[in-house]
Design a protein around this ligand. Structure first.
Ligand code: CA
Ligand code: CA
Ligand code: CA
Length: 399
């Protein structure tokens, strides 16, 4: 062994180390390309810009506008209500290596004019109810399509009237002419006819008939809500054990010739009017009151029964008078339709409350469609069934 040997050995170790180190660098150069983003993106206000990347699955992505992280997904869904230019930064980390990419997103004014209100009604199927066939009005020969178009006349635009969804499960599906962006805080308002009762007796109670709100983002851009695009807004009752998920109820068409007569006094309800049955093994009758003598079963539905389903929340009405004369419905804290007066913050909804079927929060860039259905299966004495009313909705970000 001599000095020369050691020198060669040392040289070899250093050389091999250098080569392997250089090889690592080469690999990482291959993992992270020089270009990932375009220099500029252009998108209309209230439209979602999708920027897809094709990076190794082990890469950690951080999308930012200035100092705010806006996403950590592989793809970015960007939307803004403002006509503005945004400096976009994408940080990519993989195998301890970090690379920064920059781009600019130009949000431009759309051509044409958006409406902040509902622009279309896709579906309407009320449950059995005292306003069914009245709001909107059924006339002889009407089909499901004509009733949906009557519902559309009622709640599209700013000049709206009301539709009633009847008892549990009755629903309406509507949409907007743009995507309502999911910004910080609440994003849209649902209009109903809730009002407070005597606040000296009880605050935040009165005529509150909560409806579940579902939202959909038109991810596949086909202009309609698809089954896999729906998410439920998890209102204040969603995670409570008094709430029943996947509840379903079947209503049976009554034989008009075999009905007991209703009374003449306002509290005399016909308690054996329309039979219903739920998926928990309960069965009973919906009652008919003296104020409404039209059929409570939707007359355009030819089937002798129909089933409605969804999340059911606990009964919220009780008889405050103790003698059946004054029924009051308590308002829930947040996240429901027709649950608080239209000027109350509780009628405003945050898209960030949306959850998937397993109750896991989802991050939607915005929403294009809303479905509302009655969340309660309760008869409130002479007031009749608890039924959600909808008289419109609007985007809180569009002025
Ligand atoms: Ca929001
Ligand atoms: Ca769709
Ligand atoms: Ca109502």
């Amino acid at each position: 062994m001599n000095k020369a040997f050691f020198k060669i050995a040392l040289f070899l170790i250093l050389f091999v180390g250098f080569v392997s180190c250089d090889k690592d660098n080469d690999n990482e150069e291959n993992l992270l390309p020089a270009e990932v983003l375009k220099e500029n993106y252009t998108i209309d206000r209230f439209k979602v810009l999708n920027i897809a990347t094709d990076l190794p699955s082990t890469a950690k992505l951080t999308w930012s506008i200035k100092d705010s992280i806006i996403s950590e997904n592989a793809d970015l869904d960007f939307i803004s209500p403002f006509q503005k230019s945004y400096p976009l930064t994408l940080k990519v980390e993989v195998n301890g290596e970090t690379k920064i990419y920059n781009a600019s997103i130009n949000v431009i004014k759309e051509t044409g004019t958006y409406s902040k209100y509902i622009s279309n009604v896709f579906d309407f199927r009320p449950a059995v109810g005292q306003f069914t066939n009245e709001i909107p009005l059924y006339t002889s020969g009407n089909t499901e399509a004509s009733i949906i178009s009557a519902a559309k006349k009622a709640i599209v635009g700013s000049n709206t009237t009301m539709i009633s969804l009847g008892g549990f499960g009755g629903y309406v599906v509507f949409g907007f002419d743009h995507t309502i962006p999911n910004m910080n805080g609440r994003d849209f308002k649902v209009l109903g006819n809730a009002f407070w009762g005597n606040e000296a007796n009880e605050a935040r109670a009165g005529s509150c008939e909560p409806g579940i709100i579902m939202v959909a983002y038109d991810k596949n851009k086909n202009g309609k809500p698809d089954e896999d695009e729906w998410y439920e807004i998890a209102g204040s009752e969603y995670f409570k054990n008094t709430t029943t998920k996947n509840y379903s109820i079947t209503y049976f068409k009554p034989d008009p010739n075999k009905l007991p007569a209703a009374g003449n006094e306002f509290w005399q309800v016909n308690t054996e009017y329309i039979k219903w049955q739920d998926n928990a093994g309960n069965s009973a009758y919906k009652s008919q009151n003296v104020f409404h003598d039209q059929s409570y079963y939707p007359l355009w539905i030819v089937d002798t029964s129909y089933t409605l389903k969804g999340t059911r929340i606990a009964d919220n009405f009780y008889d405050q008078s103790g003698e059946g004369s004054y029924w009051v419905g308590k308002s829930f804290e947040f996240g429901y339709a027709d649950n608080a007066p239209n000027n109350d913050e509780a009628s405003n909804i945050d898209i960030s409350w949306a959850v998937d079927k397993n109750g896991k929060y989802v991050k939607l860039p915005g929403i294009d469609f809303v479905k509302i259905y009655t969340a309660i299966n309760q008869e409130a004495g002479w007031l009749g069934e608890v039924s959600t009313e909808v008289s419109g909705a609007y985007d809180l970000h569009l002025n």
